[in-house]
Design a protein around this ligand. Structure first.
Ligand code: FES
Length: 543
């Protein structure tokens, strides 16, 4: 390879784990960034080695990237364990790459720092500022309702992805980047820097430099990550009005540390954490505005008294020291504690006889009047059935109906896809309806919105009550009281349970077979049962 001894002797070997791929639109700048990370490593006397790992791009992977989150986590862990590396820079961003790489690095327990891909620039169409994901769903509904011509739709398509980077709404990518920073896994302020501004390159170089320092100091995840760090991540996800997906990922991340994170803990923190960032889809602004307003450090500085500021970070200082003095520039985007976007409960946990192990709703992005609702179920047995039936003019549905999708969970789909924002039936769209209560065992994109109850656990394919609901049953949600209720008599439930025939097909080979045998339910983080708990660490067997 053309190296002399002097190139690497007495120098820490720093692996740059790069999730670049030509099929991952959000990471299209990562070739350049990897070079910038390499520059920083060299400047600090390290020996950089770039190691490509699986790229999980939301746009093009089927059936869902979530099916492969654990595969990338395994790859990250094993790549770090089996090579002679002293530290790692984890380059990720598009949704599942973030939790996957964190999970793997925690289990490998090698000094690791995360470099977030950063959000895209804001999109403009005519005189409208568009948000990725969220405005796709919004304008698609308008198109179905006959309000948008082909030319305008094409115009929207052409400008939605304006630059490299992740979705610039507070989708799962930005949520997980912020959570990662709050847990102490990045340089201060790294989460919100737009992907294509000069500052992003500077952060990449600095990350490389710092990784060398981490290698010398032995800053492994086990030296700074605690249950309080996870709490900080969780509170941050609520304060930014973040994606519901963060819940599943944080449970899995905590699981790798041997920490059991229950949905009750989510509920507790959700009730006491105000929403401070006014970002779409729950709010009005976009990630670029958040960055200009002071970014995550400024928002975290407003959470003093809530956060565990004594938590250590990769930066060899506490979170409190990291955010000290961070200034809010844009007070409309980052609100004060006295004038929050919502006083609490941006995301709520519900429980009841339809979801004995819980389910979630992003109440911040829902129609307020629907947060307390009772209506008749319209049940779709699976995604293909929903696609063929939902827009049928003869479907017996009105705006008070409760749309239900099952067979969409971790096992049923399989892979736990983002089907939870069920489409509004076309005839209701044409009548002006834009939100309805929707319930499923699926997830939804962090860029989605609406009154969508998600992650029903146990899922229908695992024999959860959702499998037994029939069209016409009365379903009630009461978000203020954190309750979901299926109005059914004990006798009727018993009869349906006795008549129930499971229909789940078991995959016969390959990764899907491994996945189906070992994946846990939503309330347990969907990690594989053989990967949870603290690992013995990074030492390979020496023969
Ligand atoms: Fe990659 Fe949204 S599609 S972050």
């Amino acid at each position: 390879m053309g190296f002399d001894d002097i190139d690497y002797q007495n120098r820490p070997v720093v692996a740059i784990l790069n999730t670049w791929s030509e099929l991952n639109t959000c990471h299209s700048h990562f070739r350049n960034r990897a070079e910038e990370v390499r520059r920083g490593i060299l400047q600090s006397g390290g020996f950089p080695v770039e190691v490509p790992v699986m790229s999980l791009g939301e746009m093009l992977m089927k059936p869902t990237t979530m099916l492969y989150r654990n595969l990338l986590a395994m790859e990250t862990e094993e790549v770090l364990r089996c090579h002679p590396v002293d530290a790692a820079v984890l380059m990720g961003g598009c949704d599942k790459t973030v939790p996957a790489m964190l999970m793997g690095a925690i289990s490998a327990d090698i000094p690791s720092i995360f470099l977030p891909a950063g959000p895209m620039l804001k999109a403009r169409w005519k005189d409208v500022t568009l948000g990725s994901g969220s405005d796709v769903w919004k304008y698609w509904d308008e198109r179905l309702a006959g309000q948008l011509c082909d030319r305008d739709w094409k115009g929207i398509e052409n400008c939605l992805g304006r630059s490299a980077g992740t979705c610039m709404t507070m989708g799962t990518a930005s949520t997980m980047a912020c959570v990662t920073e709050a847990m102490g896994f990045t340089l201060p302020g790294a989460a919100c820097v737009p992907a294509v501004v000069a500052e992003h390159s500077r952060v990449a170089v600095q990350t490389g430099r710092h990784a060398v320092e981490m290698a010398w100091q032995g800053t492994k995840p086990s030296t700074f990550l605690t249950a309080q760090s996870i709490d900080n991540g969780l509170m941050t996800s609520f304060a930014i009005g973040g994606s519901t997906n963060a819940i599943v990922h944080l449970i899995a991340i905590a699981g790798r540390l041997g920490i059991e994170l229950t949905l009750d803990r989510f509920d507790e923190l959700s009730r006491t954490t105000p929403v401070l960032a006014d970002i779409r889809p729950g709010g009005r602004y976009l990630m670029e505005d958040f960055f200009d307003a002071g970014g995550l450090p400024a928002m975290l500085a407003r959470m003093t008294g809530l956060l565990h500021v004594d938590c250590q970070t990769v930066n060899h200082i506490t979170l409190g020291q990291q955010i000290e003095g961070a200034e809010v520039i844009g007070t409309e985007v980052i609100r004060s504690r006295e004038n929050p976007v919502a006083t609490a409960g941006g995301t709520c946990l519900l429980k009841g006889n339809l979801a004995p192990n819980g389910c979630v709703i992003k109440s911040l992005a829902a129609e307020p009047k629907l947060l307390t609702h009772r209506g008749k179920a319209v049940v779709f047995d699976d995604y293909p059935a929903m696609k063929t039936q939902v827009h049928d003019p003869d479907l017996d549905v009105d705006e008070n109906s409760v749309l239900i999708l099952r067979s969409a969970g971790p096992l049923g789909a399989p892979g736990f896809p983002e089907w939870g924002m069920l489409p509004i039936p076309k005839k209701l769209l044409q009548a002006g309806v834009r939100d309805m209560v929707r319930i499923s065992d699926a997830r939804m994109s962090g860029t989605s919105y609406g009154t969508c109850v998600l992650h029903i656990a146990p899922e229908s394919a695992a024999g959860g009550p959702l499998a037994l609901v029939q069209t016409g049953d009365e379903i009630e949600i009461d978000v203020p009281n954190r309750r979901i209720h299926w109005h059914i008599s004990d006798e009727e439930l018993k009869q349906r349970r006795a008549a129930y025939q499971p229909t789940l097909e078991q995959p016969e080979r390959g990764y899907e077979k491994l996945y189906a045998r070992h994946v846990s339910q939503a309330d347990q983080g969907c990690d594989f049962d053989f990967l949870t708990g603290r690992s013995p660490g990074s030492e390979p067997k020496i023969f």
